[in-house]
Write a protein that binds this ligand. Structure first.
Ligand code: GLA
Length: 430
């Protein structure tokens, strides 16, 4: 079984720097602010948004993402689910094409990197809220949108100092790690109380073996250091503590447990499910589950994804208000073992991606109609700005999202909006 291991690449990708540029027929250049994922460094120049409709004369489908003629995704799915994207704060700057696109299409946002603990709490006693404050300001200025805080407890992109201390081999003791986690959750959630609707409280805590928790061998010190605090024989205690602390810090925020491969690996899904079930039975305040969904063009089958949503939905027996969100959707054009760096986006591949997206969103609509899906958040909105251009193969050109590198709507965009338009959109694109 092969797995995406998103966390492995995340750190390297924080240094990714990509600019998307569209040149108009009249030589006007529209460049979204240089989109960089380095947290807390939103210093890019803010270019002017210019209308480029002239370049698209006669085009019905191949339109810029911000074109008025393009349906707004958030209106398309208004009766189904919230639709969102991961963002970096440079993309939120007024006057940039990115900001226009984001406001037009999405109503729920996750910070791609800038609220990860290694940036916010890089050293003992040091908190840097520069970027999270900009994110929250965007939410205040656009009160119709919802914000997701990502993430509080994770083995990756957490500061090293959290795990060091007076224990064996210089490791933190259970008390030390719990104290740091408590301070972190209280400080972040206290600062943004009432302003961030959802938090990924725990991210990627489960083993790829499909047996229980991710341990040190898979990069996580959390269960090993915190241990079995309540003596009930499981290792869920660091998660239980995190949820209790988070609930107290901001009682109105929805608290999510998030992981990857749930839609494609029944064993991992099962261990995730059993843990959430056991915690809900004990009264741990978990409001929702997040299915990351970093998937591929040919894998998994949409029916497997659907089955995972439906299995998680049975947890509503324990928490009738349980929320299910797809939290980090993207569709790689490469299979896991493929090492190639480019792929020809010919008619066949554009069509395949558009149909893949259409199938996924048809299923999402069905699940939303059953009350099983509250939000779909994509991990970015344009192909120039995706971690999949560097993972798992560095320097590759991937095409996993709905808008291309020039910020033009792809046939995949039409796939999610109205699948009957895919063929015409593909014909216009090539
Ligand atoms: C995981 C994390 C995200 C991000 C992606 C890859 O899914 O939850 O924060 O790092 O990997 O970019």
């Amino acid at each position: 079984m092969k797995f995406f291991k998103p966390a492995v690449a995340a750190l390297a990708l924080t240094m990714l720097l990509t600019a998307c540029t569209v040149t108009a027929g009249d030589n006007t250049t529209i460049a979204p602010a240089v989109d960089q994922t380095t947290a807390g460094q939103a210093t890019a120049e803010t270019p002017e948004v210019t209308t480029l409709e002239s370049k698209f004369d006669g085009k019905e489908y191949r339109l810029p993402a911000y074109a008025e003629a393009l349906p707004n995704l958030k209106d398309v799915f208004a009766d189904d689910f919230l639709i969102g994207t991961a963002v970096n704060t440079v993309q939120l700057e007024d006057g940039t094409a990115s900001a226009e696109i984001i406001k037009k299409h999405y109503n729920i946002f996750t910070t791609e990197n800038e609220m990860k603990p290694m940036y916010v709490n890089p050293a003992k006693g040091v908190f840097d809220f520069t970027a999270p404050d900009l994110f929250v300001k965007f939410g205040e200025e656009n009160p119709e949108v919802k914000l997701r805080g990502h993430t509080l407890v994770w083995h990756s992109q957490a500061p090293q100092w959290w795990f060091e201390g007076s224990g064996e081999d210089g490791r933190a003791t259970s008390d030390e790690l719990i104290a740091r986690m408590t301070e972190y959750i209280n400080t972040v959630m206290g600062r943004y109380k009432g302003k961030i609707a959802y938090y990924d409280v725990v991210n990627e805590a489960f083993s790829d073996s499909g047996r229980g928790m991710r341990e040190m061998g898979e990069g996580s010190f959390w269960p090993g250091i915190v241990g079995d605090l309540d003596g009930d024989g499981d290792e869920y205690d660091f998660m239980e503590q995190a949820f209790y602390i988070a609930r107290a810090a901001d009682p109105d925020a929805k608290l999510i447990i998030n992981d990857y491969s749930l839609e494609q690996d029944p064993n991992k899904l099962n261990s995730f499910y059993e843990a959430v079930k056991s915690m809900l039975e004990q009264g741990v305040p978990i409001d929702g589950v997040g299915i990351q969904a970093h998937i591929q063009i040919g894998w998994p089958d949409v029916n497997n994804f659907k089955a995972a949503i439906e299995k998680l939905a049975t947890l509503k027996e324990l928490n009738p208000d349980l929320i299910i969100q797809v939290t980090e959707l993207d569709v790689s054009m490469y299979s896991w073992n493929d090492q190639s760096k480019t792929i020809d986006m010919n008619a066949e591949n554009e069509t395949m991606l558009a149909e893949r997206y259409a199938d996924l969103f048809d299923m999402f609509r069905e699940e939303a109609a059953k009350g099983n899906l509250e939000a779909v958040i994509m991990w970015g909105f344009n192909d120039g700005m995706t971690w999949l251009n560097d993972y798992p193969v560095t320097g590759r050109t991937n095409h996993p999202l709905l808008f291309d590198r020039d910020l033009i709507a792809k046939p995949a965009f039409w796939g999610v909006v109205d699948r009957t338009k895919i063929a015409a959109a593909v014909a216009e694109t090539l």
